[in-house]
Design a protein around this ligand. Structure first.
Ligand SMILES: [Mn+2]
Length: 428
């Protein structure tokens, strides 16, 4: 009797797992969707999870599964992928990866940013890989018919560094997903959230999605090789050439090493700095003050297109002996829009210094409660709009006075934290 019933059980089990023709048709529609039970190893002895590392593989798989459900729910739609105004390699490569994954569900994505591609390596990355990112200014956004998009996605940012966010929110466009590794900037209502501040690069998160089976990379597809190369570049650039990488990031790099094109990556990294970027770095060297192992430098005015010279100058200043943290800032002006904004970058090698906390503490919030900046491990940035004081720089005395006031105020705020005993209010 017992034998009989157990037989029956196994029979019925095998019957229900037999693919039935109706299911097969449903599967046909999403034929390229590779994430299913069999491709999701759950024990550490399975090949793929070895790459993911023990600690976080469950998070990675759980998030991949969740994300797949979101893609399935949004099949045949159009989405916008919003990057920070000045996108970096981590953001660009992850947006491309998202676009390629989404394609399998017939979701068409456009990758957009409002500022410029400023860093010479970013320009090289986009040109050499054919990475499909486009610039949409605020005017562009107003002239577009946004009703053809069913949602937008934030990648490697949480909207605080994009001018486009407000416009999309006003248009009532739903936020489908936020995938980022910066500290939580604000409460966001999104269908899918994967924010992991302990991961060094969003590229690591996206590589884990690939490893979980959301997209099967194929070395014979040139676009896959280029995308893997872009991810490798993103991962390297957010981890200071892997020097700040942790186990998960190395695991991701190891996986990408099967697909990426080392020569192409080399070509991207060989991009030269422009003379104007070199000039900004020179000014930062000349103007820097060093106190308590902090190097602080104001670089005055710079053009919108050269904005990325600021983080590059900070990268350079932090290499000085006895310096663990560098902050470089300047007034970036957009001649077309008569718009000015103070932009700053922080770089630190001090493990106990949290750039996000440091910047929020130093500069606080604007009148709407939004912080002027934030950060991630070892790097941070801030943007302070100049509003009414923007423009009129054709009057050199006014331009000089304006810079001096901002320069003094930023230094005061930073030095309060660098040297807490300093009393910034001194009367003579
Ligand atoms: Mn990043």
């Amino acid at each position: 009797m017992q034998l009989n019933s157990s037989l029956k059980q196994s029979e019925s089990f095998s019957l229900t797992t037999e693919p039935n023709p109706e299911d097969a048709e449903v599967d046909q529609e999403v034929v390229e969707v590779p994430l299913n039970r069999s491709s999701l190893p759950t024990s550490p002895s399975d090949g793929i999870s070895v790459y993911l590392g023990q600690r976080n593989n469950s998070v990675a798989f759980q998030k991949s599964e969740e994300l797949q459900k979101v893609f399935l729910a949004h099949r045949h739609e159009r989405q916008l992928i919003i990057l920070q105004d000045f996108p970096d390699p981590d953001a660009l490569s992850c947006a491309w990866t998202y676009q390629l994954i989404a394609q399998q569900y017939d979701i068409k994505c456009e990758i957009i940013y409002a500022g410029t591609l400023s860093h010479q390596e970013n320009i090289a990355l986009v040109k050499l890989t054919g990475l499909p990112a486009q610039r949409w200014t605020l005017q562009n956004l107003k002239s577009k018919d946004l009703s053809c998009y069913q949602g937008f996605v934030l990648i490697d940012n949480q909207g605080t560094t994009s001018q486009l966010l407000a416009g999309l929110q006003q248009a009532g466009m739903p936020l489908v997903a936020v995938i980022d590794h910066h500290s939580l900037q604000a409460e966001l209502k999104a269908e899918f959230l994967d924010i992991r501040p302990y991961v060094r690069a969003t590229s690591t998160i996206f590589t884990q999605y690939l490893q979980s089976g959301l997209l099967t990379l194929d070395s014979s597809i040139s676009q896959h090789v280029k995308c893997a190369t872009a991810l490798m570049h993103g991962l390297r650039s957010d981890t200071n050439r892997l020097m700040q990488a942790q186990e998960e990031d190395f695991m991701a790099a190891a996986y990408l090493s099967r697909f990426y094109d080392a020569q192409l990556l080399n070509a991207i990294l060989q991009a030269n700095r422009s003379k104007r970027v070199m000039d900004v770095i020179e000014r930062s060297l000349k103007n820097r003050i060093v106190q308590n192992n902090f190097s602080i430098a104001g670089v005055g005015y710079l053009r919108y297109d050269d904005r990325d010279a600021i983080p590059q100058a900070a990268d350079f200043l932090v290499t000085e002996e006895n310096v663990h943290t560098a902050v470089v800032y300047g007034i970036v002006h957009d001649e077309d829009d008569e718009l000015e904004v103070v932009i700053g970058s922080l770089r630190t090698t001090k493990l106990t210094l949290d750039p996000d906390e440091f910047i929020k503490e130093a500069f606080g919030q604007d009148s709407t409660g939004r912080f002027f900046g934030g950060g991630r491990t070892s790097a941070g940035g801030f943007e302070i709009p100049m509003g009414f004081l923007s423009g009129s720089n054709e009057n050199p005395a006014y331009a000089k006075m304006k810079w001096e006031v901002f320069d003094a105020q930023i230094k005061q705020k930073l030095l309060k934290l660098v040297n807490p005993r300093d009393n910034p209010i001194q009367s003579e």
